[in-house]
Design a protein around this ligand. Structure first.
Ligand code: OGA
Ligand code: MN
Length: 300
């Protein structure tokens, strides 16, 4: 086994070294990665240079990747050809140049600036996300396109037992269209809306390996089922505020070749602004929660 795990924030963030994830992972290393992922919501790998196929293959160790081709308009030309790849870049598929203004791909991706967890608006919801940096903009006055993470287990554990009991059994409705509408973007075709109808998710999660509970919230969540819209929305805002308060977040400053893997069931994240004149080429693969690894199976 060659994997080296260095804890950055106990129970939340670790850095992984000593492994080349472009190649098939040996079972002992994979077991060490699973253990690191059980213990931390976020794993950071440096100096990895992956093709899209290699990124997908590595992700398949942790579950079945979601597929995106039918999510958005089929007429739109895609920059990345594999349906498992989410193009989180600011690049135009036709020109390869940074997009500006209200270009559709830019508008949809701008929603990533809001605190969220990936694919809470799907069933099954998002499990692990693996985001890989191919091009990183220089730091500018508005930021350098860092990604911030928040610990939603810590948020749950900060609640009083009475408040925790109040959340038990509650469910929230999540929709991609809701988070995009928060930024004024509502230009979805009827078939796009039909492909991603709102879904209901529990507000409290249990992480089976550790038994820790977390609040499952996101800017995709519009209200709490069975509660007045305003009361439910205020509760969701309060929980996101609690989870993301200063001191309990981690900011990742990207270098080309970084891959960050996070567990969407116990963290929130958001992208920070950057100088959009420069390319920021980020590519993500996300597993569907609860799906079996497609490659080497986890050791018993
Ligand atoms: C994502 C995402 C944020 C970023 O890929 O899911 O939210 O910093 N990315 O690009
Ligand atoms: Mn995201």
């Amino acid at each position: 086994m060659s994997v080296v795990v260095q804890t950055i924030r106990p129970g939340f963030v670790a850095e992984i070294d000593g492994i080349d994830i472009s190649r098939p992972i040996d079972p002992a290393d994979l077991d060490a990665l699973w253990q690191a992922s059980d213990e931390h919501a976020i794993l950071v790998f440096h100096r990895q240079h992956l093709t899209d196929a290699q990124q997908i293959a590595f992700t398949e160790n942790f579950g079945r990747p979601e597929r995106y081709v039918f999510s958005y308009s089929k007429q739109v030309k895609l920059r990345l050809q594999r349906p498992e790849m989410a193009d989180v870049s600011n690049l135009d598929a036709e020109t390869g140049q940074p997009q500006t203004g209200n270009a559709r791909h830019r508008m949809v991706n701008l929603g990533n600036r809001l605190w969220h967890t990936d694919s809470s608006f799907r069933l099954p919801r998002g499990g692990f996300s693996l985001l890989h940096a191919h091009a990183v903009p220089p730091a500018g006055p508005r930021g350098g396109g860092e990604t911030e993470f928040a610990d939603t287990c810590a948020a749950y554990e900060a609640l009083t037992p009475e408040r925790q009991a109040m959340l038990e059994g509650l469910q929230a409705e999540h929709s991609l269209m809701y988070s995009r509408a928060l930024l004024g973007f509502t230009d979805f075709k009827p078939e796009e809306r039909a492909a991603l109808p709102p879904v209901v998710q529990p507000l409290v999660n249990t992480h089976p390996p550790t038994g820790r509970k977390s609040v499952y919230v996101a800017s995709h969540a519009s209200h709490i089922t069975g509660m007045d819209i305003a009361d439910g929305r205020l509760m969701l805002m309060e929980l996101i505020e609690l989870a993301t308060r200063a001191g309990t977040t981690h900011r990742h400053t990207w270098r080309v070749g970084d891959l960050v893997m996070w567990d969407n069931r116990r963290s929130l994240h958001r992208g920070l602004p950057f100088d959009e004149r420069f390319p920021r080429d980020m590519r993500r693969v996300t597993t569907s929660d609860g799906t079996e690894p497609m490659r080497v199976r986890r050791a018993a």
